[in-house]
Write a protein that binds this ligand. Structure first.
Ligand SMILES: Nc1ncnc2c1ncn2[C@@H]1O[C@H](COP(=O)(O)OP(=O)(O)OP(=O)(O)O)[C@@H](O)[C@H]1O
Ligand SMILES: [Mg+2]
Length: 166
């Protein structure tokens, strides 16, 4: 197993929405998305579109204060977390691994903002690193798959259209 990576450019919010919709259609139950990047880089925006793509009709808000939001009304359950305000001990106490073990919660899509705060990572995950380019709407989104099941995302033709654009 080796990591495969894709570097995408989103020129505006609509691109991020399209990218998230493409990825949503390729996700299976139990997948963990680790979202990295600064404040305002687009992590929650991405999760909102991802949620729509898996059929969650509820309004997605940032779980900065609730820490974990669960949505069970889509093709797959969505567990959306934001670790920004937490210390490493508080992150450990959340026992996030319960969400990808599939015993206490039905397996779904786990999306974790501020994954920088995680000390222990799942065995397989899709890593998405967001960065804001200059003073504009442009965002760089680096997608890395840790696990062979992500090859279909990394090599997806529709996503490749967002690579290497000026
Ligand atoms: N290309 C783009 N992709 C994503 N969001 C964009 C883009 N261009 C502009 N935006 C705007 O940038 C903001 C991104 O905010 P968002 O809440 O998604 O950031 P975040 O990474 O979740 O930040 P935080 O760390 O505070 O949770 C939104 O207001 C969104 O409309
Ligand atoms: Mg956010």
């Amino acid at each position: 197993m080796f990591d495969q990576s894709l570097l995408l450019i989103s020129s505006h919010l609509a691109d991020t929405n399209k990218i998230a919709l493409i990825i949503a259609k390729l996700l299976d139950a139990g997948v963990v998305l680790l979202l990295y990047g600064n404040l305002g880089s687009g992590k929650t925006a991405f999760v909102k579109a991802l949620a729509a793509g898996i059929g969650v009709e509820a309004t997605i808000t940032s779980p900065t204060f609730t820490l974990i939001d669960e949505y069970d009304c889509g093709r797959l359950s969505l567990y959306h977390m934001d670790l920004y305000r937490l210390s490493s001990q508080e992150v450990k106490d959340l026992h996030l691994e319960e969400y990808w073990r599939g015993i206490d919660f039905p397996l779904g899509v786990v999306a974790i903002e501020w994954a920088e705060r995680l000390e222990i990572l799942p065995d397989t995950y899709l890593k998405l690193s967001f960065s804001r380019l200059a003073d504009s709407d442009r965002r760089e989104i680096q997608i890395t798959g840790k696990g062979d099941q992500f090859n279909k995302i990394i090599s997806n033709q529709s996503l490749l259209e967002f690579c290497n654009r000026d």
